[in-house]
Ligand binder design. Structure first.
Ligand code: NAD
Length: 453
């Protein structure tokens, strides 16, 4: 498979803009054609409500294609840059070039979007690609496989599904770039493997995203936006608020609004709501249930059913910092609400934790927003809002430290799969004073440095 991709790439077919447009447009047509199949498969894999699935997976991917097609011509253009006077009469150009043959590995939580969005970037940048989906989203994998088969020649792009063993073997091959979305633990393994061959990697990983609610926030709106970002896709979103740190003065009121909001969103029996998703598999239901076993205070929710993969939107407090739920990425619909008294103490505590993918600040105070943003490192920030920063093609998306390395979405996707080749081009005329024997050249260089620098 890899040989055929390499020879396809080396044939130069993927280089012209028209070729890239043709396939991006073909992919767009096929997605429109199969949109209902995609929604059904996302329902079958994760019980995703159609509105959530369309907005966060199908529509996001379509909008990325549109945005990239609109800008591709400009992004592909070689950029003429200045040349230092000393190198006259040479000319300098930065040539956006594809990286080559790339591997894209995806997780199960947004199985369509998280494979297709980087794929679009790879195609736009002129690469050949192999897509590897998660085995925990089998229906969506099947549809994606069909889409890729219908739209691409086998040497251009391949789709594979499979388990961790297969994924490990794939990673061991000789790629020009590996783009991975998944857990921090797997990301670490991939980076170690890629280091052996110095293969560049983009790692889109996980983490615990803190959400801080200050005294001066609009409590009702904050509760709504946090509940929406948290319980969307039943909490299985990499940028979902993980834990709320709420000013002690408003904590009680905030929790009251939060509970009301959950009831307004999903009714008194969320298991009957068509707008509430399911957990991916029973192991994850068990993992989430184990967080509730160790005596934390369940304020609302807490019910689950391993068979139907249902886990109620759950709010907890009184959690000890040493509890597993305060250390591991929750990645499910359990929201701890922790009270805090002093902002500086909270900053110190959060500053000790690994850098998250997202940080959320709820406050009207611009100085305070700035202070928190400057004091805490994070991949992205949402101010008085949750998760939307991850769905704009005008904002590069990615983590920092343990939450990942590298960015994509919009122009950043094109850049991610592009090598910006520096070209200095000269003719056969020009001075030769820099050749040996150097004689007094160093004096000339010193004088020039004083004039020019
Ligand atoms: P995962 O790390 O278990 O698996 C992701 C992919 O890697 C799968 O395709 C899997 O088959 C493959 N894989 C597993 N072991 C591998 C290995 N040793 N070598 C190569 N590939 C291997 O992650 P998951 O459970 O599918 O997804 C959940 C995690 O993904 C959460 O931590 C979440 O925060 C994170 N995530 C991050 C983003 C982001 O954009 N940063 C988005 C969604 C999910």
């Amino acid at each position: 498979m890899l040989e055929s991709l390499k020879s396809f790439y080396q044939s130069g077919k993927t280089l012209p803009e028209d070729f890239r447009r043709l396939y991006l447009e073909g992919l767009r047509r096929e997605i429109f054609k199969r949109e209902d199949d995609i929604l059904h498969s996302l329902y079958s894999d994760l019980g995703k409500p159609a509105a959530e699935a369309y907005a966060s997976e199908v529509s996001f991917v379509l909008s990325e294609i549109k945005y990239i097609l609109k800008n591709l011509h400009r992004w592909m253009k070689p950029q003429k840059v200045k040349t230092p006077l000393m190198f006259w009469p040479a000319k300098s150009t930065v040539l956006p070039s594809p990286k080559g043959v790339v591997l894209i590995l995806g997780p199960w939580n947004y199985p369509f979007q998280l494979l297709m969005a980087p794929f679009i970037g790879a195609l736009a940048a002129g690469n050949c690609a192999v897509l590897k989906s998660s085995r925990y989203a089998p229906s969506t994998s099947k549809i994606m496989e069909e889409i890729v088969k219908n739209c691409f020649e086998p040497g251009h792009c391949w789709f594979v599904s499979g388990d961790e063993e297969g994924a490990r073997k794939l990673v061991e091959q000789n790629w020009d770039h590996i783009f991975f979305t998944g857990s921090t633990e797997t990301g670490r393994k991939i980076m170690l493997k890629a280091a052996e061959s110095l293969t560049p990697v983009t790692l889109e990983l996980g983490g615990k995203n803190p959400c801080i609610v200050f005294d001066d926030a609009d409590i009702k709106i904050s509760a709504e936006r946090i509940a929406w970002g948290k319980f969307f896709n039943a909490g299985q979103t990499c940028i979902a608020p993980d834990t709320v740190y709420c000013s002690q003065n408003i904590k009680e009121k905030f929790i009251e609004y939060l509970r009301d909001t959950v009831t307004r969103f999903y009714g008194v029996s969320p298991e009957k709501s068509p707008d509430y998703g399911r957990i991916v598999n029973s192991q994850h239901v068990k993992r989430l249930a184990s967080y509730l076993e160790n005596g934390c205070g369940v304020i609302s929710g807490g019910r689950y059913d391993e068979e139907s993969l249902y886990f109620e939107p759950t709010i907890i407090d009184d959690v000890s910092e040493s509890a597993a739920i305060m250390k591991e990425e929750i990645f499910g619909p359990i929201l701890p609400v922790i009270g805090f008294k002093h902002t500086d103490d909270l900053i110190t505590e959060l500053g000790k934790k690994p850098s998250p993918l997202a940080l959320y600040i709820f406050s009207r105070n611009k100085k305070l927003q700035k202070k928190i943003m400057q004091a805490l490192t994070s991949g992205s920030v949402g101010i008085n809002e949750t998760i939307k920063q991850g769905a704009s093609h005008h904002l590069p998306f990615g983590g920092i430290g343990e939450s990942g390395t590298g960015m994509y979405h919009g122009k950043a996707s094109f850049d991610c799969f592009t090598h910006f080749k520096s070209v200095l081009s000269s003719g056969f005329t020009g001075p030769g004073f820099h050749y040996p024997p150097y004689g007094k050249t160093v004096n000339l260089l010193k004088k020039a440095a004083r004039i020019f620098y």
